[in-house]
Design a protein around this ligand. Structure first.
Ligand SMILES: Nc1nc2c(ncn2[C@@H]2O[C@H](COP(=O)(O)OP(=O)(O)OP(=O)(O)O)[C@@H](O)[C@H]2O)c(=O)[nH]1
Ligand SMILES: [Mg+2]
Length: 178
């Protein structure tokens, strides 16, 4: 079974921990008041991508605060996929969505298929939203309802991550044989 390290990154109060709790099947998703993540929180669980393959997930729910930028190298180390969460009503977050993308995806040599963006409008109606990183798939989430589509979007993303992981594994095996 594959074990995938997936990061949840993005500005503070975007909803990363709420999303992590939902994906990790924790109760009390939206009820508790905001508690900033201290550094990082790691959730481990097993899930299926829907086509028969199970995968073990190590979900790194990372703080969005710039105070923890010194921890970014450890967070990014050997990550298989990156989910960027942001709240579009927060117009100028620091660090920006682009900064998270540039560090955790582009500078680490991950493909855009290994990244996805969750636009979390927190239940508010928003006009049409364009992806802040046009080359990356973005979905709009509503953690107050619509949970089925969040699960589906996450599984679609995992399938792409697993495809990439098995390609890398195959190449490594070929290298050993040759
Ligand atoms: N109503 C509503 N509130 C939300 C939603 N998503 C997040 N929140 C609230 O927004 C606040 C911040 O959510 P968190 O998930 O803790 O934010 P975070 O991105 O983990 O923030 P950091 O840990 O500081 O980086 C919390 O009070 C959540 O309950 C949503 O979809 N709807
Ligand atoms: Mg958090």
């Amino acid at each position: 079974m594959f074990k995938a390290k997936i990061l949840l990154v993005g500005p503070c109060q975007a909803g990363k921990s709420v999303l992590a709790n939902f994906l990790g099947d924790q109760t009390d998703i939206l009820k508790s008041k905001y508690r900033p993540t201290v550094g990082v929180r790691i959730l481990e669980f097993e899930t299926s991508t829907g086509n028969g393959s199970d995968v073990e997930i190590e979900l790194w729910d990372c703080s969005g605060s710039e105070n923890y930028e010194t921890c970014w190298p450890a967070m990014a180390y050997q990550a298989d996929g990156v989910i960027i969460v942001y709240d579009p009503s927060n117009k100028n977050p620091t660090p920006s969505v682009e900064a998270f993308y540039n560090y955790f995806v582009a500078s680490k040599g991950l493909k855009d298929t290994q990244c996805m963006i969750f636009t979390n409008c927190k239940g508010q109606d928003m006009d049409k939203i364009t992806s802040p990183i046009p080359s990356v798939t973005a979905v709009t989430t509503d953690l107050e309802k619509d949970h089925g589509s969040i699960t589906d979007d996450f599984k679609d993303f995992l399938k792409k991550v697993l495809t990439k992981m098995s390609a890398v594994q195959e190449r490594e095996e070929l290298d050993i044989i040759n």
